[in-house]
Design a protein around this ligand. Sequence first.
Ligand SMILES: [Zn+2]
Length: 141
Amino acid sequence: MMIVYDLTCAAGHVFEGWFRDSAAFARQSASRRVHCPECGGVEVTRGPQAPNIASGVSRDKAVKAAEARGEMRAVLKALRRTVEDNAQYVGPDFAEEARKIHHGEVGSRPIYGEATADEAKALDEEGIAVTQIPWIEREDA
Ligand SMILES: [Zn+2]
């Protein structure tokens, strides 16, 4: 699972970054490895919005490859399609649904949706891993 943060670069571009947890974002931004997809800027700050969370779809490999090729945006669009095609959108019920899946109360399946920072932290403390992935706007919707 991943956590999505709304990020803003120094030029004012707003985009979303997916991270394994808040510590991963802190590490990557501190070492200037979080890039704005519009201008490549690395002066990135977290916006005020609650993070989104997604789970169940493997994407680390695709993200690493994208970073290597500098084609982050195109790959992120593909990533979003992959999540939408393979995971069920549960909206603001994400934390509750992730908990049910974790405890076997409902069938295991990939889900994605929104959660507050507190909900994400609570899930993490319960041993339910969450991961962020970048969630860019579709241009072909
Ligand atoms: Zn920018």
